[in-house]
Design a protein around this ligand. Sequence first.
Ligand code: NAD
Length: 417
Amino acid sequence: MSAHGNVLEMARQQLAVAAKYLDLDSGLHEVLSKPKRQLIVNFPVVMDDGAVHVFEGCRVQHNATRGPTKGGIRFHQDVDVDETTALAMWMTWKCAVANLPYGGAKGSVKVDTHKLSQRELEKLTRRFATEINIVIGERGDIPAPDIGTNAKVMAWIMDTISMQAGYTTPGVVTGKPIELGGSEGRTEATGRGCIVAMEEAAKTINLDLNGAKIVVQGFGNVGSIAAKIAVEHGAIVVAVSDARGAIYNPNGLPIHDLYTRFSGKDGGILEYKDCEQVTNEQLLELPCEVLIPSAISQQLTKENADKIKAKIVIEGANGPTTPEADDIMSDKGILVVPDILANAGGVIVSYFEWVQDLQNFFWEETEVNEKLSKAMRRSYAAVDATMHQHKTNMRQAAMIIAVKRVAEATITRGIFP
Ligand code: NAD
């Protein structure tokens, strides 16, 4: 089993729980537990020193019943096809919870981008896009950014696919720069959506967010924006981290400064001095009202779940909580807002971007943010109601909604031929 074999196992366990609640037909359960298509590619790149390096990547489409498949592309040294499959499956559920007309997909390349020059990164991206061009497309499967990729990488993918098509196809990826058909508000969408989820969760447990202490793991796209917007809403962010470590100040950190002056620079946030340095493991256990894991999967486990002090966990990352940790935190009365709901803001605004691209008609940021907020609150309310109806936790409630919607779509369409 690969290093991430258990992430796929974790995704399948979550599906099995929902299938039981729904008394799902065993054949349908099997359909949903497997990816529809996995394309694995090994491709060469000529590095700056002239050496040829072969990289491994994949594009996995989990389910296309409700519409074209949608999901990010991850560049990370530890990613593999099993983890990518789990992430594709979570995208199917996430799109269904948000009621978007999409199925789920994910792509990845096993690479440490910190070791590449910009030129190497561009060449790798363009070659990978060419390799997976046989399965992606604006009507069939639409990638977006994830860990290790960003708007610039999306621009290269869009350009590569357009060069091969002979005309510009902005709808083939989302998360593009605004000037190339990107949407206002897309970069901030996932973090912004996390904060909408946090507000809704706080209401249900009567938690005043003004002055509430927030801990954020990961200071990338999702974590840094969530931290910034949380502060704008009056909360105090006491700890943040990146892959190298975490910083903590119980009186609050200057998030705007960290974002503009430290993040993305050589030493990163650890260069900031008016704080205590702690590890990523210690960060998760710090006293706070809200914990927002926004880095990688399997951070809250049976080893540390009992030590989590937060009242609310907002899963900015995909798969940060293992099933054992879920049970422990449920028993402790911690409200865990699951990834497929909490971080859906990204794919919701990706959907808006795709709609704008297909119509060549672009919206203002206020309109995007209003529609995002409405979609998040509507999804949150549906999951909350299902949670009370089935007397379960939020993850299982979100899974029940998602699996039911995909299963019903499958039954209505029928199994071809
Ligand atoms: P990113 O690459 O911008 O940021 C990732 C952050 O996590 C960085 O600060 C990095 O240093 C940190 N990190 C990496 N390895 C770590 C480790 N071992 N321990 C602690 N920190 C570590 O990525 P992102 O787009 O912000 O994505 C973060 C998470 O959110 C991922 O799980 C991703 O799948 C999920 N997500 C992203 C989006 C999106 O729109 N970008 C949407 C939904 C979900």
